[in-house]
Write a protein that binds this ligand. Structure first.
Ligand code: GDD
Ligand code: MG
Length: 359
């Protein structure tokens, strides 16, 4: 099977983290999201993955310099300007010379245990030109909403409707099977959205089908969901194989090699390689990335510290993401879904509440 991974977006909702790293390269419990996505595809027999790139393509090429990962051959298709989702698929398929194949297409910011084999089988059974995987969500208004008939024929594709206008909570899970006719039919030379243009057209032609699934699924594209992706792994909502190498203490805290835990570490916590929590620090329900440091008198809760982040004496971090090598100054308070960028400095005593730093 050949897959196209849409990974060219700017990740605006995760700024400023995505100024330094494109969204799919951000770590989720120490592993770049894209590594997790490619491993999932590999487990279903995908042999080639075409990375549809636009924003910061070098980050991907540098991460996988030999063009292979998890036994999958990687092809890099770099757009000169953003072509939107369908334009990107067309460009990537032509660039990689796979436009004549049935393609698996995935949004690169989705983490899921979706059964790709069942989706493929269902697709072959319908004879339709395209099949979308569906997943239920609490609030469908941030997604593509997809009502179907009992046989899975798609009745409408409504991208990001108002909450009270969504006819169902089953949404586009961002995994598709596309026949070559779909790629052929995508107009060239301009941005084209698969959600707003291609899928609605296929609905009109009775060529679009969808299959429900209740397995683990998460779009990591907002700070809240980027945090959740990591807690889902540490809390065991997902299988243990998603954890990096570490030891589980008797109290359930996960500790990687060389981590130094002198302070209080409680709840669902992972402390990465060579990270440290100093005496007198309090840490609860966290992912502390490799070589990160929490100083004496600091408190970190419900948060992720990316590798090399430092929380200085007496600072508090709650419900927030601290970027790689960022420094939270002594006595500062960072809370409520704040996002601190890579290598950013939050001044001593500063207060960030639901804030982006730098903006
Ligand atoms: N190459 C390329 N070029 N990739 C792009 C472009 C582009 O112009 N625009 C977006 N992408 C990539 C993003 O990098 C991301 O991996 C994927 O396409 C989807 O974009 P998002 O920005 O994450 O979209 P979304 O989450 O708001 O909505 C999409 O995903 C939902 C499920 O997660 C839609 O497909 C929804 O219908 C769907 O429900
Ligand atoms: Mg998304």
């Amino acid at each position: 099977m050949i897959a196209v991974l849409l990974v060219g977006g700017q990740g605006t909702r995760l700024r400023p983290l995505t100024y330094a790293l494109p969204k799919p390269m951000l770590p989720v419990v120490e592993r770049p999201m894209i590594a997790r996505v490619v491993e999932w595809l590999a487990s279903y027999g995908v042999t080639t993955a075409v990375l549809s790139l636009g924003y910061q393509p070098d980050a991907f090429v540098d991460a996988f310099p030999d063009g292979r990962f998890a036994g999958v051959e990687l092809h890099y298709a770099v757009e000169r300007e953003p072509l939107d989702t369908a334009g990107a698929i067309r460009f990537a398929a032509l660039d990689a010379g796979v436009a004549g194949e049935t393609l698996v297409v995935v949004n690169g910011d989705v983490l899921t245990d979706l059964d790709l084999a069942s989706l493929y089988k269902f697709h072959q059974g319908t004879g339709g030109a395209a099949t979308i995987a569906l997943t239920p969500v609490e609030d469908p208004s941030a997604y593509g909403v997809v009502p179907t008939d009992p046989d899975g024929r798609v009745l409408a594709f409504i991208e990001k409707p108002a909450r009270d206008e969504a006819p169902t909570n089953r949404i586009n899970a961002g995994t598709y099977i596309l026949e070559p006719s779909v790629v052929d039919g995508i107009p060239s030379g301009r941005p084209v959205s698969i959600e707003r243009e291609v899928f609605p057209r296929l609905v009109g032609q009775d060529e679009l089908y969808a299959l429900d699934s209740d397995v683990y699924w998460l779009d990591t594209g907002t700070p809240e969901r980027y945090l959740q992706a990591q807690f889902d792994i540490v809390r065991g909502v997902r299988a243990p194989c998603h954890m990096p190498p570490c030891v589980k203490r008797a109290d359930g805290v996960f500790v990687a090699a060389g981590a130094l835990l002198e302070g209080e570490v409680e709840g669902c916590a992972y402390v990465g390689k060579a990270a440290s929590v100093a005496h007198g620090a309090r840490v609860r329900d966290v992912v502390v990335g490799a070589s990160a440091h929490v100083a004496s008198g600091a408190t970190v809760r419900d948060s992720v510290l990316l590798p090399g982040a430092v929380v200085r004496e007496g600072a508090t971090v709650v419900g927030s993401v601290v970027g790689p090598s960022a420094v939270i100054g002594a006595g500062a308070r960072v809370s409520s879904g704040s996002v601190v960028g890579a290598a950013a400095l939050v001044a001593d005593g500063a207060v960030l509440d639901s804030a982006r730093h730098p903006v």
